[in-house]
Design a protein around this ligand. Sequence first.
Ligand code: ASP
Length: 327
Amino acid sequence: MNRRHIIAATAAAVMAGVVPAAAQTYPTRPITMIIPFAAGGPTDVVARIVAEAMSKNLGQSVVIENVAGAGGTTGATRLTQQQPDGYSIMIGHTGTHAASVALYPNLRYNPVTDFAQIGLVNTNAILITAKKALPANNLSEFVAWLKANERTANNAHAGIGSVSHTTCLLLHAIIGVKPQSVPYRGTGPAMNDLVAGQVDYLCDQVVNVAPQVRAGTIKAFAVAQAARNAALPDVPTTAEAGLPAYQVVVWNAMLAPKGTPDAIVTRLNQALVAALNDDGVKARLAELGADLPTGNLATPAGLRAFLEAEIAKWTPVIKAAGVTASN
Ligand code: ASP
């Protein structure tokens, strides 16, 4: 059989509903899920909730491996080097799979074509937060403080290209400031230092912030979405707080290496969708302030189209901010 015949035979087998033997029995051993940030941050927290439910559905453990570095691009690169057999997957996000294209001239992967898309996991609003001792009590006072202290203000984030970095870049562009940038390996550790008062402020996902805001260990100035977040109903929106131009929603998405068999991607998608429909998962994500995917975003095709749109959306934003990074 020449190559064309093999492709035709494979297509015929797929159309006839014949799935490869390995896909029929999949999974027969634990699945590794790469999280491209430190433990305890927003991607890790959401991933652990979803992975636990997926493990039950799949009958095998989904084991989290935190591979942090370079704003999440180290972990994403790592996934592209794994066998496409369904035993290695990851959670990528707005940074690793959209903003990275404009930020990293030497990016070692194409965020769309080097991956098999499984589905969107969640979306999440960004909250502008600050250490408790910061002398500002609302967004206008914070903006005034930032303008007055531009040279010394410390902005914590999860590395160049992470969402905490790019979303604060947007904020800085609107306000017209360029403060000090303090990178961490995830906003889990960045949040610890914010609570300890070692850095001044952080633009972070609501899921990583809500518990600290409720506990009163940090300040929350505004949530950058159209409506208030149900997990923090007392925190105003940016429009209510006087900065309507600052609106930004970010996301986490589940991906496998390109070449992962369709039947396995379908099985993983079923497990993801079942997890997102689980009452316990829904309740925990709602309590953290995460939003579930809408429309067809939790499907492989829907996610692929969404990634393409997000890359097109973020590329001009990053270019306008004039930032690049190296990995
Ligand atoms: N998603 C990152 C984390 O989990 C944070 C970020 O991208 O800002 O730490």
